[in-house]
Ligand binder design. Sequence first.
Ligand code: GLC
Length: 438
Amino acid sequence: MRDKLINKAIKVLEDNFQDGGFTIPSKGLYPFQWKWDSGFIALGFAHYDLKKAKIEVETLLDAQWENGFIPHIIFHTDSDSYFPGPDFHQSNLHPQSSKKYRSTGMTQPPVMGFILERLLEIDKGSDEMLEFISKQIDKVYENHVYFYENRDWNNEGLVYIYHNWESGTDNSPMWDDIWLTMDPPEYEFERRDTSHVDASQRPSKREYDHYLYIIDVAKKYNYDDAKIAEHSPFLVLDPLFNSILIRSNEALIKLYKLLGGNDEKIAYLKSKQQKSIQSLNAKLFNEELGAYLHFDLRNNRQIPYISSSSFTPLYSGAPDRAMAERLVKTMIQKFGGEDRYLCASFDPTHEKFNPKKYWRGPVWINMNWMLYHGLKRYGYDELGQRVKNDSLELVENNGFFEYFDSRKANPDAEKSGYGGDNFSWSAALLIDFLKEES
Ligand code: GLC
């Protein structure tokens, strides 16, 4: 059974791997290379084809800009199955953008630090992998420096995102109140996503108007970070994004120590790390709700909703014991009913919860992977195991979908897998979950 599932997962990855040395998340719906997808995908490859794992990482890091920025999508090929493409994004407006690749001018969570660490673990600390890491690690470091030097608006160790697509949790209800502060023009464009996936599982046209408008604001300022911070209607401190940065800092420090030398880089990362953890706990943890929240910098307020991102600081190691205890309690109470799979992407007890729609409720395997490791880190082994088992069960019962219904008895459908099919990170992380046991 297990081997059969792993073989199926391998087939998904192999089918999605492209000649240009990168892997698409899903045919038709996502036909290019995505930043955080690439990291998770590399972990899947690493269990059976180290060469491909390395190529995936190399190709992504090759698209880095001169200022250390790594874009969220690298448009390696021309494909008309996706909108908005490179002609809309025009990231070459930024003077330091890549001359080699076309890309977006926004980024995604910085997973690559902990991905390199995990690759070394999977390859049992081999010299070859260490050698590979020694060649790539400075690019990841430069990406962190980019964030701290350009995106830490209040100099508090927390970096902002200026677009909901930077969060990775694209149409989470988190952003709803921000949309209310905006009134973008009605764009005329042809959606491509809804020709691949049922519209009920995707964002609305009006939501897309907001997404496009923020990009236009960034373009107006040639993607200059300082100007974006000043003018973007969307400016958010995201607990997921910052937790991933913190966890990746930790991994980089560890890897640099292993490699030897690099004292200045280690010192830089350590000082940022301390500040980041302090501010994450002080500014984003909400005692009353028992969760980390998003902070809307533009409107200077916490966003009072709980999502799976709220628990990801466990993976970063930032919460103290009491905070971790509170988080776990909230997760069990609101997300963990017997009739549910863990972990819904949005608070199932909230009226905005939608079990089928993109980031407004379904379970995502990459979030579960981080939560699993986070729960284990704090000794919540049983709950962690439940998150892992639920992930395996969802994939086994439904296939390698992009996201899954969190309701165990799903009244609306026979299958509970939604969004893109043969989705790469669902396959890659299933392999990592299963191989971890062997
Ligand atoms: C969706 C997800 C995003 C992911 C992308 C490619 O846009 O919201 O997190 O990176 O698909 O899979």
